[in-house]
Design a protein around this ligand. Structure first.
Ligand SMILES: [Fe+2]
Length: 245
């Protein structure tokens, strides 16, 4: 059984299209999406419409959970915008604009998504989370100690925990027998080259699994210009993040 796992698309239409071209070649049985489909890109309605098309095409073989930025847009208040502007200026201004431009049906959709899901396939228990098993906004980065990661997934009943959120792919085989894989980001990759990353997961009949992070090349400079063209305050800071330094 082949599964494509995507996360953190962040309204980046071009990156999503390029990753989906590769996923179509992979020809998966299922697609899992680990949240943060919106905020900070340039075309949230296009991305959400594509998500709806995937739901329609894959039906029960498409799984999606909510990310922290989906929740921010869905439950946005003037207070949240103010706080976000203070903490992370360009993101606060993006949030203010994104709430205005994202179609209400898509905002309602992300508001009602679950924070995590437990799935059993071929006797393998898989948990889908955005940050960690205990917190939607917790960072599972590379180079953490096994002990730190074990604490983050301790309460999970799963053998395999799939997460996103940090936009940096990594993986851990823990002493408690669990495996944790951060699948990376489609739309706001924080890898050195800023290229989209997703995960190809293959599970055999005995529940043994194999994973491969796939990096996809795309025109990140064009996306950076799209972000700049949005014109909101400090959008140039956001635009810079798509370019390798
Ligand atoms: Fe994210």
């Amino acid at each position: 059984m082949k599964i494509a796992v995507i996360s953190d698309i962040h309204a980046n239409a071009l990156a999503f299209d390029k990753v989906m071209e590769d996923i179509e070649k992979f020809n998966p049985d299922k697609i899992f999406c680990l949240g943060d489909i919106i905020l900070a890109g340039y075309n949230p309605n296009y991305v959400c419409n594509k998500i709806f098309e995937l739901k329609e095409k894959y039906k029960e073989n498409f799984e999606i959970i909510q990310g922290n930025t989906d929740k921010m847009v869905a439950n946005c208040t003037a207070e949240l915008i103010k706080k976000t502007k203070e903490a992370y200026s360009c993101m606060g201004y993006s949030l203010e604009e994104d709430v205005k431009i994202t179609d209400k049906k898509y905002i309602d959709f992300v508001r009602n998504l679950p924070e995590k899901k437990l799935i059993e396939l071929n006797n393998l228990k898989i948990e889908l989370v955005h940050g960690s098993s205990r917190n939607q906004s917790e960072n599972i980065y590379p180079n953490l100690s096994s002990k730190e990661v074990e604490q983050m997934v301790d309460l999970s009943p799963a053998d395999l925990i799939l997460c996103g959120h940090t936009h940096i792919p990594c993986g851990y085989s823990l002493e408690n027998g669990k495996t944790v894989i951060n699948v990376g980001s489609v739309g706001r990759s924080m890898t050195k080259d800023k290229m989209p990353v997703y995960l190809q997961l293959t599970i055999d009949k005995q529940g043994k699994f194999f994973v491969e992070h796939k990096t996809i090349k795309y025109d990140n400079e064009l996306v950076s210009r799209h972000i700049l063209a949005r014109g909101f305050k400090h959008c140039e800071d956001l635009a810079k993040m798509y370019i390798a330094q």
